[in-house]
Design a protein around this ligand. Structure first.
Ligand code: F3S
Ligand code: F3S
Length: 110
């Protein structure tokens, strides 16, 4: 799957959202997050990001600065976010969910 890394933090340009055919890029507070279960790996988002924040997860092997965001992207959906009782899960589309306004603890303190 594709993953959004540190460069997105405090930028959240959103150009990636417009091109994703399955609408699987969710906007947090300071960062956006790709749902790795919903991403079909089309790669359309990667060249759209003006700050090169998006990468494919296999490129994170051996690169700790990327690997932490692979794990963190999964955590965004599979662990309850601050202030919420239940995990977000796989909503099946970001538009209907809207901006979440919350980040993982890693991103919140970044
Ligand atoms: Fe969407 Fe990018 Fe995956 S465009 S389907 S998040 S590779
Ligand atoms: Fe972030 Fe780049 Fe998308 S800054 S919201 S990953 S276009």
């Amino acid at each position: 799957a594709y993953v959004i890394g540190a460069n997105c933090i405090d930028v959240t340009d959103r150009a990636c959202l417009d091109v994703c055919p399955v609408d699987c890029i969710y906007v947090g507070d300071r960062k956006s997050y790709i749902n790795t279960n919903e991403c079909i790996e089309c790669g359309a988002c990667e060249p759209e990001c003006p700050v090169d924040a998006i990468f494919v997860d296999r490129k994170a092997r051996g690169d700790e600065s990327k690997a932490v965001f692979v794990a963190d992207s999964i955590a965004f959906f599979e662990q309850p976010l601050p202030g919420r009782d239940a995990p977000l899960g796989d909503p099946g589309g970001a538009a209907k969910v809207g901006d979440l306004g919350v980040d993982t603890p890693l991103v919140a303190r970044y």
